[in-house]
Ligand binder design. Structure first.
Ligand SMILES: Nc1ncnc2c1ncn2[C@@H]1O[C@H](COP(=O)(O)OP(=O)(O)OP(=O)(O)O)[C@@H](O)[C@H]1O
Length: 924
């Protein structure tokens, strides 16, 4: 007995090592695949599951010898899946330079398709007879882990192939130019990743009951070790996997009793899920390289066409006739169940409920651009809270009527949206997806799967609600209310701000949108909608079923929303009807497989998924476009710039007619003059990045009524200085003043609202919004302006910039020159006192540059203070009344160019002394 006890920890450690080794295999595969392809394979779990099924099929059903089964399943079948995915799905995406969200949706598509395939082929019943391929001791698996880890390290460090992988990871284009076969690198990465996934599945399956959901989720939880390794270090991945495996096993020997016992059990059983949660919340998760705060961070300007259809013009006509027909069809579809037989009506009860959950994804992801894979968790909380309140299971509270309990549950669940909202303030793209998934999974594992939390939860429908027909009516009423709310949200000021945040976070902040608050709001609203839907689901089925809110279902729902049109509320309703309809009318798995297949086809659909099809331009619009194109081809004036040309060309000496004397400058735009121009001053600003002092004690002034230029070589620190002035980055020391106000501690949007507007080196417009809405976002952020005033200001600016004809066009469809004007319009719409322009002339042709020059002059004459980063000497000479030259973080030289002046304002040296003429170099 004593000897038995003494060997218990060792036995447990051995058992833990097997799980740890399986997690290590998964970790190695994830890290290697990510290093070679830049894609975090979220389908790893599904590949593991399908390979485990394949092993069982060959050994148990077809009676193949194990060695042959292993060779075929692990060395041929699994790698072939990876190879095919690369060739058919991911490489085409890479060629199209698809963004991180498109890649993520494709991964989820693969995941969902494989889960659906497993349902169709093997059914939902868990199978307990998966054969074990290796001895029950962990040593064989550990040996495999060791061989793979060492092998990968050796290949990575000492072989030409390893060098090629590093080259492709660093810069795919450059590597290809240097003769590296980047396609081969990514194919090998995918094949290897899929092989390790298959191996993981084969190792884990014998200890589990094999079903289409369980194993994928388990393997997804092992992503914890890849995240802990920051998707870089194999040693950290393997070490943490083994440590977690052993710890998980050792925890089972403690029996403290009481609630501590339950807690310990819950923690022990879900250690990998918890580790994933802690890792995503605590670690920096910088998967995007340098992670600059400004517009050059690809994740901060990530426009995701897979999420965005053609924009809806605010206040405009309610869309095409085709759109109205779809809406009407949708309404009829939702009313049909009233005529159904009792059984069918019972199934249909799920449609409005699921539609509400999917609508929550539409709001958070489709409107706000925040990838949220954890909405199933909030739906489950809605059901659980409703049950607890309706069943009188909350101490001190009476049993509430079901509808009251439901509404209270929504109110309780909404603030829990902050659980993902807070981390979302700093996270984007893949990091955010992982965070939301981890939170959703943790809610499922630590709450829904705990008997203490869910036993005895009743969701009876009492009174009239007990009648399915009446209950369905209530569901429809709630859905209608939610749709109206979401529609108002989409078309109002908040909707435009959300759209701006979705399309270009840095641009939105620069336009004055309070991005962190908006993210919190989106997640809170999303949690409330999901909880409402989840509560209705529970009431519909009159039970709390934790499996109805499985995190894997959450992934399927996310994919379904994106497929049907992430930014379409009607799309969410149709997705719900399709999922429920297919599940009720066909065998399990069809709906999942259909969603997965469509998700993989997304790249071939118009932007905005299936809903995008209804928003394609009608025949008339197509004819108009064709006429415009034909006119442009015949050498007529480019149609898109014609309004601007018509308005300003008469007054502007175009380069082609340089001999003509300059025309008088146009009057300053009236809406800009409303705010008094103010002096922007920087004192001793310093900003350091690890090892680099990008801005080094810079002092300068930007006086009103003048154009001040900032030049200097690449890497001198100009953009960083801009970021420190605008608030996109916080300076380490120094001060920024606007007039008498100290802005130093204010966030970017607050500076923008006080009158500091900026544009970006890489144009920051909101491609999914119309041109008019781009400007309105800028106009409506400052307090004190009514919606009507903002709209009128935006209209006047559109007119001034010659953009009126394009007002309802999506910014995504416009050429660079026009986009620069849209961006400038967005900045001016905020009625700024100071305007910071980062290379406004970049990408403009001569005609557009001439128009820009004229516009900027008129703005300065109107009293605006302008600071211009510009490399173009001619443009600087022509425009600026003062020039600062930056080199290695310092302003080395300040010159005052006498030939240009503003409206009588005194520019000059930052200390305000106003030195005449060109000055000698100053500063270090
Ligand atoms: N987030 C960051 N992390 C680390 N280094 C950074 C970061 N942002 C900028 N730097 C470094 O700071 C220095 C200044 O960069 P910055 O982009 O401000 O220069 P710039 O004058 O705007 O150059 P360019 O004209 O090429 O845009 C460079 O050495 C750059 O590599």
């Amino acid at each position: 007995m004593h000897a038995q006890l003494a060997s218990l920890p060792l036995d447990l450690a051995q058992a833990g090592l097997t799980v740890g080794a399986a997690a290590a295999l998964s970790g190695i595969g994830l890290v290697v695949c990510y290093r070679a392809t830049g894609v975090l394979n979220l389908a790893q779990g599904a590949i593991a599951m399908i390979t485990a099924y394949a092993v069982r099929q060959t050994v148990v059903v077809w009676h193949w010898p194990k060695a042959l089964a292993v060779a075929v399943c692990l060395l041929v079948f699994a790698p072939a899946i990876g190879w095919t995915l690369d060739a058919v799905v991911f490489r085409p995406l890479q060629r199209r330079s698809a963004g991180p969200v498109a890649t993520l949706v494709a991964c989820l598509g693969v995941f969902v398709l494989l889960v659906g395939a497993a349902f169709l082929l093997w059914g939902p019943t868990p199978l307990a007879d998966a054969p074990s391929l290796l001895p029950s001791t962990p040593w064989a698996v550990l040996a495999v882990v060791g061989v793979l880890a060492v092998g990968v390290a050796v290949v990575g460090r000492w072989t030409p192939f390893g060098t090629q992988v590093r080259a492709v990871v660093d810069n795919r284009r450059l590597a290809e130019l240097a003769g590296v076969d980047a396609d081969r690198v990514s194919s090998v990465g995918w094949a290897f990743g899929a092989f390790t996934a298959g191996l993981t599945g084969a190792v884990l399956a014998p200890g589990l009951r094999l079903d289409p959901y369980g194993l994928p989720l388990l393997v997804m939880e092992t992503m914890a070790v890849a995240v802990i390794a920051q998707l870089r270090s194999l040693t950290v991945a393997v070490g943490s996997a083994l440590a977690l495996g052993v710890l998980q096993s050792e925890l089972t020997q403690f029996h403290p009793g009481g609630w501590q016992q339950s807690l310990l059990q819950a923690v022990g059983a879900n250690l990998f899920a918890l580790a994933l949660l802690v890792a995503v919340l605590v670690l920096p998760l910088d998967f995007t390289g340098r992670g600059r705060g400004d517009g050059t961070d690809p994740e901060r300007r990530a426009y995701h066409p897979v999420l965005t259809g053609r924009p809806i013009a605010s206040g405009g006509a309610a869309g095409s006739g085709r759109n109205s027909a779809v809406r009407l069809g949708c309404a009829v579809l939702l009313l049909l169940p009233f005529a159904f037989r009792a059984d069918d009506l019972r199934s249909a009860l799920q449609v409005p409920a699921l539609a509400l959950v999917l609508l929550s994804i539409t709001v958070v992801t489709g409107y706000g651009g925040q990838v949220s894979l954890g909405q199933a968790g909030y739906a489950g909380l809605g059901a659980l809270f409703t049950g607890l309140l309706a069943g009188g299971q909350v101490a001190g509270l009476p049993a509430f009527p079901p509808v009251v309990a439901l509404l209270c549950a929504v109110v309780l669940a909404a603030p829990l949206g902050l659980l993902v909202g807070w981390p979302a303030i700093r996270r984007r793209g893949l990091a955010l997806a992982l965070t939301t998934f981890a939170v959703g999974t943790a809610i499922n594992r630590l709450v829904f799967q705990q008997p203490a939390a869910t036993t005895g939860v009743v969701l009876d429908r009492t009174g009239m609600l007990g009648q399915d027909r009446f209950f369905y009516g209530v569901e429809l009423a709630l859905l209608a209310a939610a749709l109206l709310l979401v529609r108002a949200l989409r078309r109002g000021r908040l909707g435009r701000a959300l759209g701006a945040m979705r399309d270009h976070e840095a641009g939105a902040a620069a336009a004055g949108v309070d991005v962190p608050r908006l993210k919190l709001l989106a997640f809170v609203l999303g949690a409330a909608l999901a909880a409402l839907g989840g509560g209705l689901m529970g009431l519909g089925g009159q039970a709390f079923d934790p499996n109805a809110f499985d995190p894997v279902l959450g992934l399927i729902w996310f994919a379904a929303v994106v497929v049907f049109g992430a930014d379409s509320a009607v799309g969410a309703v149709l997705a719900a009807a399709t999922l429920v309809g297919l599940d009720a009318g066909t065998v399990a798995g069809v709906s999942t497989a259909v969603v997965g297949a469509l998700a993989l086809l997304l790249g071939r659909l118009p932007p905005g998924g299936l809903a995008g099809l209804t928003r394609l331009p009608g025949r008339e619009a197509r004819a108009r476009d064709a006429a415009h194109r034909a006119a442009a081809e015949q050498g007529a004036e480019p149609v898109r710039l014609t309004p601007l040309g018509r308005r300003l060309a008469a007054r502007v000496p175009l380069p082609a007619q340089a001999a003509t004397p300059p025309a008088p400058t146009p009057a300053a735009p009236p809406m800009v003059a409303r705010r008094e121009g103010e002096r922007l001053t920087a004192h001793n600003l310093t900003k350091r990045f690890q090892g680099v002092t990008a801005v080094d004690g810079v002092t300068l002034a930007v006086p009103p009524g003048r154009i001040t230029a900032l030049t200097g070589p690449n890497g001198a620190g100009k953009s960083t200085l801009f970021d420190c002035l605008s608030g996109a980055q916080r300076a380490d020391s120094g001060q920024v003043l606007l007039g008498g106000k100290d802005l130093t501690r204010l966030p970017e949007h607050a500076r923008a609202r006080l009158g500091l507007a900026r544009t970006f080196q890489q144009i920051a417009v909101f491609p999914g919004l119309t041109v008019a809405d781009n400007l309105r976002v800028g106009a409506e952020q400052s307090a004190g302006r009514t919606a009507r005033e903002s709209a009128a200001d935006a209209d006047r600016l559109l007119d001034l910039l010659g953009l009126s004809d394009l007002r309802d066009q999506a910014a995504a469809e416009l050429p660079t020159g026009t986009l620069r004007l849209v961006e400038l319009g967005r900045a001016l719409a905020a009625q700024p006192a100071v305007l910071l322009l980062d290379e406004p002339g970049a990408g403009l042709d001569r005609r557009e540059t001439a128009l820009l020059v004229e516009l900027l002059r008129s703005l300065a004459d109107g009293g605006l203070a302008l600071l211009l980063v510009e490399h173009d000497r001619e443009l600087v000479d022509e425009l600026a009344s003062g020039v600062h030259v930056m080199r290695t973080g310092r302003t080395e030289f300040h010159a005052r160019l006498e030939h240009r002046g503003g409206a009588g304002h005194q520019g000059g040296h930052p200390d305000g002394a106003g030195h005449p003429g060109r000055e000698a170099p100053h500063g270090a």
